[in-house]
Design a protein around this ligand. Sequence first.
Ligand code: FES
Length: 418
Amino acid sequence: MHNGRRAITFGLSSAVYFNMNTNNLLTNLLRCGQQYMKFSSVTRRYASIAANPADKDNTKPKTGILMLNMGGPTNTSQVHEYLLRIMTDRDMIQLPIQSTLGPWIAKRRTADVQKKYSEIGGGSPILQWTNKQGELLCKKLDEISPETAPHKYYVAFRYADPLTDHTLDRMHDDGVQHTILFSQYPQYSCSTSGSSFNAIYNYYKTRELPSGIKLSIIDRWATHPLLVKTFAERIKDELAHFPSAKRDDVIILFSAHSLPLQVVNRGDSYPAEVGATVALVMQQLNYCNPYSLVWQSKVGPTAWLGPFTDDALKGYVKQGKKNFILVPIAFVNEHIETLHELDIEYCQELAEELGIEMIRRAAAPNDHPIFIDALTDIVVSHLRSKQSVNPKFLTRCPHCINLNCGASKSWYAKICKT
Ligand code: FES
């Protein structure tokens, strides 16, 4: 039975420590708040630049890196519109009479979601993190690959500013020669990455791709060695905080956003790709601790992929386990699911309820130097390869019934041919 703890939809570079002592709880709540404020003061600078670097200078980029992600509301007044876009996106979610039911659900959930964003500082940090990653990435690319420089990153969010259509307009205005559509979801799902790629296809349904413009695609990178190393380093950082007598017994729970079983059973590759990342991270760590892959953020009454993160904690506590690390394994930035669902709902509230001795949450990759190296290597390898699109991307799920997927993939096959 899942209570009102369920997070709403997909939302600091800091682990949250919790142990079962009220003073520590207060200390940790304060610490969490201080870290958020520290982060905010650094990153507000990015937010004030508007949404995309195209606003900052007039350099004509040879290579554009279009960073695709779902985005998040930067303040609570954007929450309703954000939810409305999600609830009416048939790639993300399929509802009966969606044009009526989607807006109704968005309206009904707005206040609750606004409250959650208020509790993590007033908005999602995803734009700030993406801007920071993009800046660091392009700086490295200019050094390593001068033949494809200057590089410029652009942010294309699906449900919040900067929206994909507006960013594509901006890229055309900038005259970018080669655009790399770079999914910021390491593991591919038709509900997330697929939705972004379909949105780009929908944009070009009503206009021509300017002649001389090249598009290519990085659709998944779940097993990249430097991504794996980033997660391993994040886990090692957290393990070091446990007393040495308990360290070997800490259970590592890799937590990823769940999917409806209906989506899993149509052949979505996300669960297998998340599992691949987890296996490689544990191999990198020499299988130092017990671990499990669990799933979070279920919404609605239908069946979703489990076991769920909160249920897994309850189950392990029943088995006598008392020490845990939660690792967000499928999203590269802090967002509401890490800052609220994992940090507040599980590491604080649920841990207290269950009598957990110690639980820490590994930070998302964010701006970890190894993660920036991962992004750089992925793009450089792509630029130097002869493959502008992965054949897997061009193949629909075995039980796909979304006609737009078929049309979209045919268009990409034509546009991305070398
Ligand atoms: Fe996966 Fe259409 S749902 S390709």
